[in-house]
Design a protein around this ligand. Structure first.
Ligand SMILES: [Zn+2]
Length: 148
C-alpha cells in the first residue's frame, strides 16, 4: 500500500465508489456463490476503513475482485472519473473486466432495491451523455448492456 493509495482512499468520491462496489459484490456473491465460504473483506481499502466497520462479506474470488477494483479506482488517472463502462481507457485486465461486468449486470438492477436508486439513475443519465458525446466525436458507440 503506497501513499497515493492511502490518500485516494480518503477521497469521499473514491470512498463512495468503492463502497458501492462492495455492496454490489455482496449482492452478487450472495446470489451466485451461495455455497462458498465467506469472510469480511481484508483488503488494503478495508484496513483503511473505506467500508466502515462492516467490510463486505464475500467469498475469496469476490474478495480478489474487490481488492483489484480498489487499486484500479485509486490509480485511475481520470478526474473526474467517468463510469467505467463509459470510459475509453481500459484499465482492467480482460478477466477482471468480464467478472466486474457480470457483477454489475447482476447487482446493478437488484441494488435499486437496496438503497442505490440514485446511483442507478445517475448511471443511466451519464450513459446517455456519454453516448451522445461519442456520437458527436463520430466514434462508434460500443454496444453495451446499459446503453440499450
Ligand atoms: Zn463470491
Amino acid at each position: 500500500m503506497d501513499e497515493k493509495f492511502t490518500l485516494k482512499m480518503r477521497d469521499p468520491k473514491v470512498v463512495s465508489d468503492t463502497r458501492l462496489l462492495g455492496d454490489f459484490a455482496v449482492i452478487y456473491c450472495r446470489g451466485n456463490h451461495a455455497g462458498a465460504a465467506k469472510a469480511p473483506l481484508a483488503s488494503d481499502g478495508a484496513t483503511l476503513g473505506v467500508y466502515g466497520h462492516k467490510p463486505p462479506m464475500v467469498c475469496d474470488r469476490c474478495a480478489d475482485l474487490l481488492t483489484y477494483a480498489e487499486k484500479r479506482r485509486a490509480y485511475c488517472s481520470r478526474d473526474p472519473k467517468p463510469f467505467c463502462s463509459h470510459c475509453d481507457t481500459h484499465c482492467y485486465k480482460p478477466e477482471q473486466a468480464e467478472y466486474m461486468r457480470e457483477v454489475m449486470r447482476y447487482a446493478g438492477p437488484r441494488s435499486l432495491l437496496h438503497g442505490h436508486a440514485i446511483d442507478g439513475i445517475k448511471h443511466v443519465v451519464e450513459g446517455r451523455k456519454a453516448k451522445k458525446a461519442a456520437a458527436l466525436r463520430g466514434a462508434a458507440t460500443p454496444d453495451r448492456e446499459e446503453s440499450r
